[in-house]
Design a protein around this ligand. Structure first.
Ligand SMILES: Nc1ncnc2c1ncn2[C@@H]1O[C@H](COP(=O)(O)OP(=O)(O)OP(=O)(O)O)[C@@H](O)[C@H]1O
Length: 636
């Protein structure tokens, strides 16, 4: 789980090629009009913002000091006013117009850049969630969901900041530098060399900084991921933490992860503290050099190798312009910071998106139509992949959990699976839902290999009632309706009645509209289970999987649940895992699973008369059996 283990994330992230280019290609292209509008408005705004210092310099020379004729670049002299006061007001109008233009186009630019950034990110977030939830189960088994949350949250917002701020700032910087250089060279190419002499030094300094900071950023980001995983894991297991009273231990673990993040962040900050003042200093050198050379030029003529004249106005324009590029250049470290973040974040986003999904519809998959519910397992072998990476790479690395499992269930049959814990009962049924694929052999439903069926039709025909009945934030009715979203109120009610849930639901403060979850009522384990049974009744599947559905409840609730289950299983092919043998006595077939193999099979009577494992287990539980009230499921 540490940063050094090669997780499936690391591997696929490392394989991402030029992530920011891909971001623009895949997600930027559909929004290219916004991008283009933003960039165009940016050029206009920046060019307009260069006008006031230029006009000021010209006005000084031709109006205030009056040593030069009043001329403007580009504009023909014939258009210009002839009198000094006319020229003054004309200059004032241009300066006012320039400020107005800058304001209006900065607004257009900001809006377009924002719309671009947020549209792109909306698409990225939705897409990465869509990809993520389709990932194969081993990915989720690895308990790395903290990483995923951090991709969906941190990385998405890093990209947002980059697309929004950094892109704005860097394009502003680019236009400013080119614009300022152009104006300075136009006014006095020799002095422009002096002013811009610091630029190569700045570039070199920046290259050094980028090289130095890159590995530090990588370490910082890894530590954020670890911290998130740590938080998510510790909170996810809160019940265990409390019952084991390991709060201090968990706090210590979080403290260590947080400390690591703190230290890595400080490394970044330290380097930034060198870079920023360094850039300011270089910009200061440029300013001072311009001031000294220009100053000498003004009061004692062209110094050293320089030739020609320098006017006061040009000198002022030079100093104002030099001042202009100090601030944006000092922003370069922010831009680099955001750029590095965005590069890493987009690598993570695309790394996540690139993890291959193995369990998906085959290209020629067919829908299971009018399913009957006949199920066959043919010589099935299965091993869990060692981890998500092995699953993604289709490595056959894990230990074998099922060996040559071979049986069949006719439509409507009830098959009970019993056996010691860890024997492979749940695994066997997960294969039927295609949460994992078999390594050898095949599983057939109505004669079709499950790998040839569409996942939605296979899973739509298969209902699952498990040990933890997950309920979503929402009303009781919403939860019963989950997956069958257009079921009418009447059908929801009928399903709840069949699941023996109607009565307790009516007793809730707002009946079927009562909210469950964070801001609503909390339900007991038995109530949750009955809601989940109601949901399955509404789904009306042909095949039903019951995974020890009646655990953790009192006998009265168990009786109610058992009754609702009996109603549910009556017409359907049912696979039931149960540790209490009393609940499986009436099954058409009982399979005893030991160590991933079917070791006994037959009806209750057959297995008893065989005198094997089942008979022994039955003997052990017989005392209990007498005490369990008649569940209505037994047929003898
Ligand atoms: N997601 C998983 N990834 C890797 N191995 C797993 C996973 N789930 C279960 N196993 C392993 O597979 C074996 C079979 O587990 P399974 O849950 O199928 O047993 P079970 O018979 O249903 O047990 P129980 O009655 O305790 O639920 C166990 O050795 C377990 O460690």
């Amino acid at each position: 789980m540490g940063a050094n283990d090669e997780s499936v994330f690391d591997v696929y992230r490392d394989r991402v090629d030029r992530p920011l280019a891909r971001l623009f290609r895949v997600y930027g292209r559909p929004e290219v009009e916004w991008f283009a509008l933003g960039m165009a408005a940016n050029v206009v705004a920046r060019v307009a913002s260069l006008l006031p210092p230029l006009i000021l310099g010209i006005a000084i020379d031709s109006i205030f000091v009056d040593t030069e004729p009043f001329t403007l670049p580009v504009v023909p002299d014939a258009w210009l006013p002839a009198t000094q006061s006319g020229q003054f007001w004309f200059s004032a109008a241009i300066i006012a117009g320039a400020f107005l233009t800058t304001a209006v186009f900065t607004w257009i630019y900001g809006t377009a850049a924002n719309v671009f950034a947020h549209r792109v990110m909306h698409a990225v977030r939705t897409d990465s969630f869509e990809r993520m939830q389709r990932l194969d189960m081993p990915f989720f088994d690895d308990k790395q969901t903290g990483e995923v949350m951090s991709v969906l949250n941190n990385d998405a917002s890093n990209l947002e900041v980059f697309l929004d701020d950094a892109l704005q700032n860097s394009s502003r910087l680019g236009v400013m530098l080119v614009g300022i250089a152009a104006v300075l060279f136009y006014l006095n190419a020799q002095l422009a060399f002096v002013t811009l002499i610091a630029i190569p030094a700045m570039v070199l300094f920046t290259v050094w900084f980028m090289r130095a900071v890159e590995p530090i950023y990588v370490a910082q980001r890894a530590s954020v991921g670890d911290l998130n995983t740590r938080l998510e894991n510790s909170l996810g297991g809160i019940q265990l933490v409390k019952t084991a009273s390991t709060e201090e231990y968990e706090t210590e673990r979080v403290r260590r992860a947080s400390r690591e993040y703190f230290d890595r962040t400080m490394d970044v900050i330290k380097l930034n503290y060198v870079y920023r003042p360094g850039m300011e200093l270089l910009a200061g050198v440029a300013f001072a050099a311009t001031f000294v050379v220009g100053g000498i030029w003004l009061f004692s003529g062209a110094p050293g190798p320089f030739t020609g004249e320098l006017t006061v106005g040009t000198f002022v324009t030079f100093l104002l312009m030099t001042q202009r590029f100090v601030t944006p250049l000092a922003e370069v470290s922010n831009i680099i910071d955001q750029y590095e973040n965005a590069k890493a974040s987009s690598e993570r986003v695309f790394g996540l998106m690139d993890i291959p999904v193995r369990i998906t519809d085959a290209p020629d998959a067919v829908a299971l139509e009018e399913p009957e519910g006949r199920v066959e397992y043919r010589h099935v072998d299965f091993a869990y992949p060692e981890n998500a990476l092995a699953a993604a790479e289709e490595e056959d690395s894990g230990e074998r959990v099922l060996h040559d499992v071979d049986f069949e269930a006719e439509a409507g049959d009830t098959v009970a699976l019993v056996g010691p814990t860890g024997a492979g009962k749940s695994t066997l049924l997960k294969l039927l839902l295609r949460l994992y694929d078999v390594n050898r052999g095949e599983i057939r439903v109505d004669g079709h290999d499950v790998r040839e069926l569409t996942l939605s039709s296979l899973r739509g025909a298969t209902g699952y009632v498990g040990q933890d009945a997950y309920l979503f934030d929402g009303s009781v009715a919403d939860n019963v309706r989950y997956g069958n979203f257009d079921a009418s109120e009447r059908r929801v009610r009928e399903a709840a009645e069949a699941a023996e849930a109607d009565e307790f639901i009516r007793d809730l403060p707002e009946g079927y509209d009562t909210r469950i979850g964070e801001r609503g009522v909390k339900l007991s384990g038995g109530q949750q289970q009955r809601l989940s049974i109601a949901r399955t009744i509404l789904q009306d599947p042909e095949i039903l999987i019951l995974d020890e559905a009646t655990s953790d409840v009192d006998t009265e609730t168990e009786r109610l649940i058992q009754e609702s289950l009996d109603r549910l299983t009556a017409e359907r092919t049912t696979f039931a895992i149960a540790h209490r043998l009393s609940t499986v006595k009436g099954a058409d077939t009982i399979l005893v699973i030991e160590d991933g193999r079917i070791t006994e099979r037959g009806t209750h009577e057959e297995l008893l008369s065989e005198g094997g494992t089942y008979a022994t287990l039955w003997g052990v539980q017989a005392g209990e059996v007498e005490m369990v009230p008649d569940s209505g499921s037994s047929e003898d």
